[in-house]
Design a protein around this ligand. Sequence first.
Ligand code: PLP
Ligand code: COI
Length: 354
Amino acid sequence: MEITLQRTVAPKQKPDENSLVFGHQFTDHMFIMDWEKGAGWHDARIVPYGPLPLSPASNCLHYSQETFEGLKAYRTAEGSIQLFRPQENFRRLNNSNERLSMPKFDEDFALEALKTLVELEKDWVPYGDGRSLYIRPFMIATEPNLGAHSSTEYKFLIILSPVGAYYESGLNPVSIYVETNYVRAVRGGTGFAKTGGNYAASMIAQDEAARAGFSQVLWLDGVERRYIEEVGAMNVFFVLGDEIVTPALQGSILPGITRKSVIEILKHWGYKVSERRLSVEELSAAYDKGEFTEMFGSGTAAVISPVGLLRYQEKDMVLSGGKIGELSQKLYDELTGIQWGKRPDPFNWIVKVC
Ligand code: PLP
Ligand code: COI
């Protein structure tokens, strides 16, 4: 399929890199293609960034038939632009589409479209340390029909946003509490998919956490309410003695690409990494024995995010003295080193754009 290009006639002024707020500014262009039952995908185009003409009866607005992804483009010291494991994001988007009963797309074509868009917008990729161009591919159901059934029309879009750190604290440790009231997902539900409804259902907990002075909540499983799952926008890792534990993928948490990369790096370094069930009671007991020493989250937006304080009911667990843990720092340096091209890429994760 050919991608047509309509250039903007009014390029925007680029934002000051020192005042970038996550997801607030967008580049000059976006990618769109359409799908209709019978016709399949068509009209792939890059057009000026702007509002979408959308029927108020569009299925996505009422029944949340929508999926999305998040990845980044990085500028290297030499000035070239590169992506981190983009094929993984498009594979996961198609897995989400399957769960939401939405049509799949050709992943190789989507990658070509992404590269074309990022190359066109290359001047928007920030230069500064820790800054990047956040990429948001997403799909929405657009059939104007209030019947609660799968849409017969969809749009696939990619928009781009220059970003700095996701959390205001940057690499400084965040405070998190274990959520005991609400649950995010259950097995058989949509927890493993990246779909807006999962996030809508978690906003109330996040707002309550913010009011209490915490960055996010740590979700427990929705059935027994004992086993650790993940945080709002990241997967989690725990250092327990000589074992590094992350919750196993059992259908209710997002299979993070950063999570997968962290596991591969840790194994490559010779660490003992376990993907298993981990109850909050086990964690609390390990803390009392002095064995639970470090915790961090992993995600595209959050990168490696050290946790300095974990509260469970009345108990405060202070980790790494409330500072950046040794392993968090080492992983952050390695991962961002690969992403920004400052360190070798032994796993072949990088895809060059231009
Ligand atoms: N878990 C949730 C709920 C997320 O939103 C994200 C962010 O994408 C992650 C985990 C981390 O996934 P990834 O490393 O692929 O960005
Ligand atoms: C990402 O890390 O890419 C995400 O999608 C997190 C998002 C909820 C901001």
